[in-house]
Design a protein around this ligand. Structure first.
Ligand SMILES: *Cc1c(COP(=O)(O)O)cnc(C)c1O
Length: 369
């Protein structure tokens, strides 16, 4: 690891490779692997991550929005890219960039057909998303006849796959609900396959699904968080390696007298002599205000230092009393230790939110290739 002289997000491509190989090892060899690289590849760097994964042999990519797919095409990604949540206003540029839409409602299907017809498409690849209990996006089971009749009539588009998304794959207390989702999905898939003139492939599992419900891997799985090093579970985490490390550096040390306060709104009052360090990272970089006021630790020279007072836009202050450190020393916000998962948990949130919130102001740096 290189020593940080400013705030950097270090991206370890070897860790990414390790995680990909681990997740693959949990699957049947013939199961296709879709890598989810939405939201800047969970806050890291989608083009670099996707380039690496393409060389490792993933089969598919997914992003949330069309603009994210276009960024991947611009970076030279040639694999198919599924757009999970395309909006009709972007259907033309979706087609122009050879992206594959998830169609999730009768309106979206009709809107897409209209654009595909206008652009003289034939057998344009699309994916049909079914709602089996998450109640977020997706056709309902009773839309099957409408979908299959429409598709059998029209040749502008062709269904490559049908899929659904689990609501609580990481929570084994919800296993009965998950098995119910699996059952509903299988029933829908059977019906669609019977009524269409061809058999689309099927996929359901996200990262925790791969771990907990691998019998439902079907033809492909869709993994995001696992690739970046987290499995929503301590035991699984032990087999994965965090891809990103957020580091920064001490800008200034202060000696605080008893009764003095630190930061905006005087949110921290010192009861004794304390040594504090000011760091060049704040809520504009993705460390939100929920991490302030003595809830969250960072690491300085292998020792724990508490974030004190309010998080500012561009800075945080930490308590380094008793730690032998000076301006210029490196600070680990999260990485191997503390992990993004435990850092996030200290403020009652999850690694997904913390990682995707790391802003574009933070410089990206790479390890491995
Ligand atoms: C984000 C997303 C995934 C990836 O989930 P992870 O828990 O990060 O593996 C898979 N499928 C859909 C539909 C998603 O929106």
């Amino acid at each position: 690891m290189r020593k940080a002289h400013e705030t950097v997000l270090e991206i370890d491509l070897n860790a990414l490779e390790h995680n990909y190989r681990f997740l693959k090892s949990q699957l049947r060899p013939e199961t296709k692997f879709l890598a989810v690289v939405k939201a800047f590849a969970y806050g890291s760097d989608a083009p670099r991550i996707a380039q690496k994964l393409e060389t490792l042999g993933v089969d598919y990519f997914a992003v949330a929005y069309v603009s994210e797919g276009i960024a991947l095409r611009k970076a030279g990604i040639t694999l198919p890219i599924l757009v999970l949540h395309p909006l009709p206003v972007h259907f033309e540029s979706l087609i122009d960039n050879c992206l594959e839409p998830s169609l999730y409602s009768p309106k979206v299907l009709r809107d897409f057909l209209e654009v595909a017809q206008k652009k003289n498409q034939k057998n344009y690849p699309v994916h049909i998303k079914f709602n089996t209990g998450l109640n977020r996006l997706g056709f309902w089971e009773n839309d099957v006849d409408f979908i299959t009749e429409t598709l059998n009539e029209r040749e502008e588009i062709k269904v490559v796959s049908i899929f659904s998304h689990l609501a609580a794959s990481e929570d084994l207390k919800e296993a009965p609900f998950t098995y119910r989702q699996i059952e509903i999905f299988e029933k829908i898939a059977e019906e669609v396959t019977e009524k269409l003139k061809h058999a689309p492939f099927k996929h359901l599992l996200n990262t925790s699904g791969i771990i907990n419900y691998r019998n439902a891997q079907y033809d492909m799985v869709r993994s995001g968080i696992g690739l970046y090093g987290f499995g929503n579970d301590r035991i699984v985490d032990a087999d994965l390696r965090p891809v990103v490390t957020l580091k920064t550096v001490i800008s200034q040390i202060h000696k605080i007298e008893p009764g003095e306060t630190v930061g905006y709104n005087r949110a921290f009052t010192s009861t004794e002599y304390r040594k504090t360090a000011t760091l060049p990272i704040g809520h504009a970089d993705g460390i939100g205000r929920q991490y302030g006021k003595g809830k969250t630790f960072v690491h300085v020279k292998g020792q724990l230092a508490l974030i004190i007072g309010n998080v500012c836009m561009d800075m945080i202050m930490i308590d380094v009393t008793g730690i032998d450190c000076a301006a210029g020393d490196e600070v680990i916000i999260f990485g191997e230790n503390p992990t993004a998962e435990s850092f996030a948990a200290s403020a009652n949130t999850i690694s997904y939110e913390l990682l995707t919130g790391i802003s574009q102001r933070v410089k990206r740096q790479y390890m491995g290739r």
